[in-house]
Ligand binder design. Structure first.
Ligand SMILES: NC(=O)c1ccc[n+]([C@@H]2O[C@H](COP(=O)([O-])OP(=O)(O)OC[C@H]3O[C@@H](n4cnc5c(N)ncnc54)[C@H](O)[C@@H]3O)[C@@H](O)[C@H]2O)c1
Length: 256
């Protein structure tokens, strides 16, 4: 019960990493508001978590819509109590090189992956300042190293990485008691990665498969639970001395 008495909001909690975090948090006693642009997916996460020590509640949220932030945080507080953990997890990945990306596509990626993390962090600070808490932003190894086929995604996740440090320092300066950290998953088997690989041509896919085999020193993709456990650590008081940190969970991908 490492999160007993805590209240969490996880965006994009209807799939992949977000879902795994919601379940893991509830296993450890947290009450969790699961939001997603696909309400049915968020509701499914709640069903999957039935019987766990922590209560799970779902709500529709498009993280790009600024108006949803105060509404969602007010709902979390009224249903579950004062917020202490916010995970800005919702994200999209579109495969396109710098030559093939469109301005529209670029802006869409920044809107979901970066602008929404800014809005969520700002809203989370407003809700938790004085009382303290943990904000966890999902970056990626793609926020540290470049890939030729993910120009907009690379830019968005690099933005999340350094924005997180700025927010962390501000919260220290203002003595808000809020820690802000980023998680940098490598290749984890979720619908995002599986669907992303499916967008590639057969030739690109074969190159990517071979590169992944070579590039992941541990020799396999990670599981959603691997990231959920990292998020659990950052959400809990066990990480009380960590802020502005980047937690890499990538099977060694960025070690060389
Ligand atoms: N899977 C990986 O290998 C990997 C690696 C590095 C980083 N990440 C990051 O982790 C996060 C989760 O990725 P995942 O693999 O679980 O993806 P996923 O596609 O399985 O899940 C993403 C969830 O976000 C939701 N979502 C998308 N746009 C939204 C919006 N505007 N408002 C609210 N919800 C929205 C989707 O409906 C979905 O439920 C993302 O930020 C992603 O960039 C994933």
């Amino acid at each position: 019960m490492r999160l007993a008495g805590k209240v969490a909001l996880v965006t994009g909690g209807g799939s992949g990493l977000g879902r795994a975090m919601c379940i893991r948090f509830a296993e450890e006693g947290a009450s969790v508001l699961v939001t997603d642009i696909h309400l049915e997916a968020a509701q499914e996460t709640v069903s999957l978590g039935q019987g766990l020590p922590g209560k799970l509640v779902s709500r529709f949220q498009d993280v790009c819509d600024e108006a949803t932030w105060p509404e969602t945080l007010a709902y979390a507080e009224s249903e579950l109590g004062p917020l202490s953990i916010l995970v800005n997890n919702a994200g999209i990945a579109v495969t396109a090189s710098v030559e093939h990306e469109t301005l529209e596509g670029w802006r869409k990626t920044q809107a979901v992956n970066l602008d929404a993390v800014f809005m969520g962090t700002q809203a989370g600070i407003l809700a938790m300042k004085g009382r303290g808490g943990s904000i966890i932003n999902l970056s990626s190894i793609e926020g540290i190293i470049g890939e030729p086929l993910t120009a907009a995604y690379n830019a968005s996740k690099g933005g999340v990485r350094i924005f997180t440090k700025s927010a962390a320092l501000w919260c220290c300066r203002e003595k808000y008691g809020i820690r802000v950290n980023s998680i940098h998953p490598g290749f984890i088997e979720t619908p995002m990665v599986i669907n992303g690989l499916a967008q590639l041509s057969d030739e690109e896919r074969a190159v990517m498969d071979a590169q992944l085999q070579m590039a992941i020193p541990m020799g396999e993709m990670g599981r959603p639970e691997d990231i959920a456990n990292a998020a659990l650590f950052l959400a809990s008081d066990e990480s009380r001395y960590m802020t502005g940190a980047e937690l890499v969970v990538d099977g060694g991908y960025t070690a060389h």
